[in-house]
Design a protein around this ligand. Structure first.
Ligand SMILES: [Zn+2]
Length: 300
């Protein structure tokens, strides 16, 4: 009988190897529009809806961007649009948010928790996009933001507050576009996964890495084919079509062990929210490990 022991060791080694190091595909949120000049995000604003969203959903991105902040490549700030006062816990949850931001390495002068009467934490309320735009505008102008990161229209958990945010940002971008001569703000949204893919925990790390490395391999192959063909067709190397090394890859951030433990620490800061099913979330959610982003264009 063939022993399964070597196979188990191999599988465990591969898994440990996959979990060990973080990886990101395109940490600068370069433009995904291949035919345009490569626009690279320099000043990013993340917009969340409630205290704990930053830890539950966005930690892999925040942690990857921290490294780029430390290297002086980008600036990063975060606005949380409500203080999570649904059960009268607004003050407690604001304090918890501060501990969480601390665990995630966001400096105290780079985050704000908004307390606005029309942006109340409510499981059934959609927020008015005009109010969101109005609230965000001063942050965007003061910080000279070029890229906003937030939920997509499904809001990861389908919470209507989450789902309201991208429409609010789109309204803001439209409003600013009418008055500003600067390049339009760009909006990236966190991809909501289907329910089965959402709770695959560490498997998401392996799949995410296969995705990123697979894309890079295809990209190299494409470049090689272009180099060969350009011997006969010189137009293919036309410099008016700049080619970002990551092309139009979806930005993807995959945490390693260290990132996961920081996300866990941030989650533990939200003591008032840590009911039993949150622990299941922490154990199984892919968002503790992997964030995928897509650029959302703004209809004019
Ligand atoms: Zn939330």
């Amino acid at each position: 009988m063939v022993s399964t022991f070597p196979l188990v060791v191999l599988a465990l080694s591969l898994l440990l190897g996959a979990l060990y190091t973080p990886l990101d595909s395109n940490g600068t949120f370069a433009s995904q529009k291949a035919m345009k000049a490569a626009l690279v995000a320099k000043k990013l604003l993340m917009v969340t809806a409630h205290p704990d969203d930053e830890a539950m959903f966005f930690a892999p991105t925040i942690l990857a961007l921290n490294a780029k902040v430390a290297a002086g490549e980008i600036e990063f700030a975060l606005v949380c649009l409500s203080n999570g006062n649904a059960e009268g816990l607004g003050v407690t949850r604001t304090a918890e948010f501060k501990h969480s931001a601390d665990a995630l390495g966001i400096p105290a002068n780079k985050y704000w928790v908004v307390d606005h009467p029309e942006l109340e934490d409510n499981m059934t309320a959609y927020w008015d996009p005009n109010v969101i735009a109005q609230v965000l505008q001063p942050y965007v102008l003061d910080l000279d933001i070029d890229t906003i990161l937030t939920f997509d229209e499904t809001g990861v958990s389908s919470h209507p507050n989450h789902k309201s945010v991208p429409a609010g940002v789109q309204t803001l971008i439209k409003n600013l576009g009418e008055t500003s001569s600067k390049p339009p703000l760009r909006l990236y949204t966190l991809v909501s996964s289907s329910i089965t893919y959402k709770y695959i925990s560490i498997l998401s790390v392996t799949l995410g890495k296969v995705d990123v490395y697979g894309y890079r391999m295809m990209r190299r192959l494409e470049n090689y084919i272009i180099d060969v063909l350009s011997i006969w067709y010189t137009d293919l190397l036309n410099p008016t079509f700049p080619r970002h090394p990551d092309g139009h890859a979806m930005p993807e951030f995959i945490s390693g062990y260290e990132g996961y433990s920081k996300a866990l620490e941030a989650m533990q800061a939200h003591q008032s929210q840590l009911v039993w099913f949150r622990w299941l979330y922490v154990a199984f959610s892919k968002y503790m490990w992997v964030n995928s982003w897509v650029q959302l264009s703004v209809p004019s």
